[in-house]
Design a protein around this ligand. Structure first.
Ligand SMILES: [Zn+2]
Length: 86
């Protein structure tokens, strides 16, 4: 999957990342849309103003469809569409 990765002030790259294997308490979402919010923009322009680790994947506000749920998950079902803010 592709990910926007923050590397520091004014440094973002689009990189290929391996999806993690789903665990019993996980929900895997097939992302339809992901946004860049104000905190992402602050990290890009003024990194000292936002506590963020190097190599963080941006886009924590997104929408998509539940693709897979872990064996302990009961609240979410595959195929349901949601908007998420992480
Ligand atoms: Zn945000």
């Amino acid at each position: 999957m592709k990910a926007a990765v923050w590397h520091g002030e004014r440094e973002i790259s689009i990189e290929e990342r391996e999806a993690k294997e789903i665990q019993p308490d996980d929900v895997k979402v097939k992302v339809a849309w992901a946004g860049i919010c104000g905190s992402d923009l602050h990290a890009y322009l003024h990194p000292s103003s936002v506590p963020m680790n190097l190599n963080t994947i941006l886009g924590h506000e997104f929408s998509g469809e539940i693709a897979e749920v872990g064996s302990n998950v009961t609240k979410f079902k595959e195929g349901t569409e949601y908007a998420f803010i992480q």
